[in-house]
Design a protein around this ligand. Sequence first.
Ligand SMILES: NC(=O)C1=CN([C@@H]2O[C@H](COP(=O)(O)OP(=O)(O)OC[C@H]3O[C@@H](n4cnc5c(N)ncnc54)[C@H](O)[C@@H]3O)[C@@H](O)[C@H]2O)C=CC1
Ligand SMILES: O=C(CO)COP(=O)(O)O
Length: 335
Amino acid sequence: MLSPSALLVLGAGSWGTALALALARRQYPIYLWGKDPAHVHTLQIQRCNQRFLPNAVFPDNLYAITDFVTLMPIVEDIIIVVPSHGFRETLKKIKPYITKNHRLCWATKGLEYQTGLLLHEVARAELGDNIPLAVLSGPSFAGEVAAALPTAVTIAAQDIENAHHVAQLFHQASFRAYTSNDMVGVQIGGAVKNVIAIAAGIADGLKMGANTRAALITRGLSEIVRLGIALGGQRETFMGLAGLGDLVLTCTDNQSRNRRFGYALAQGISLEAAQAQVGQVVEGIHAATITHQLAQQHGVEMPIVNHVNQVLTGQSTPLEAAQALLAREPKPEML
Ligand SMILES: NC(=O)C1=CN([C@@H]2O[C@H](COP(=O)(O)OP(=O)(O)OC[C@H]3O[C@@H](n4cnc5c(N)ncnc54)[C@H](O)[C@@H]3O)[C@@H](O)[C@H]2O)C=CC1
Ligand SMILES: O=C(CO)COP(=O)(O)O
């Protein structure tokens, strides 16, 4: 029998699986849907995500599934954890079954590649104004969440009561959920830090040292703040978990795919080879292009993002990009 308090997690990659494991620790029945039936079948047989989270055994209340349609009348909370390129496609899949009883949260970090829209704008465009929306973001590597290592995230929703509701779903000793009403700031923080993490990976791959890494984090934060405020985000959000917190995490630790991707590029291999080496989603690749375009549209100066974009579009090598950034004129240190 399905319990009325069951939760549906859409996306069975490393982050979807880790969040499903975290929610399962709250004792709800958790249904983890994956797009690829063969992958889901493997999860069902092995009772773990052998490839990315090999040590996290699925508890009895976590079910991997290939069809979510029959669950839609029973669940209220739906959590989307697919890569940003699959976000709208996933919304379109659930749209025919969405009712006023549902709430939607996502933990995807990125912007829509084709339109430059933030994901809450995509969700509103697909689902209308009546479904409560929330976004989960912050410094949170899947492997550590799966292992129940202490983690803190931000849950943002326009309606703070909805943010509290989602935070209560997740909150536990090893997974602290703070609330915010700044969906724009939280999403910009989560999307753009991936681009800065690529820059940090490149700099470390070029053996530029710890001073450079700290400079990239600090100046990268300035870029995030400038763009985020231009788009309507709140300055203090960028000093929090979904801003500075996630930026520091991904720029400094090799669990970050974006950082490892940048590091691989600095070894002189192609974009495709670097992506293949990482073997998982690298959100910063698309985010670099979109962020660069958004910065131009809003007249925001984002030199680090600009040079990462130049590397990714073949206009400069990692070394040339680093040299061009260093050759910039001195200027007052401002956010
Ligand atoms: N892995 C991590 O530590 C964290 C990841 N995230 C974010 O979570 C999102 C998902 O990333 P991961 O799970 O890490 O990626 P992953 O590379 O581990 O897995 C991606 C999964 O998405 C599936 N997928 C691809 N296209 C899809 C589509 N159109 N519809 C449904 N499923 C699709 C793939 O089959 C695969 O199972 C990304 O936006 C990422 O930035 C956020 C925080 C932490
Ligand atoms: O967002 C993340 C941790 O908060 C994961 O970062 P990567 O996608 O770079 O691995």
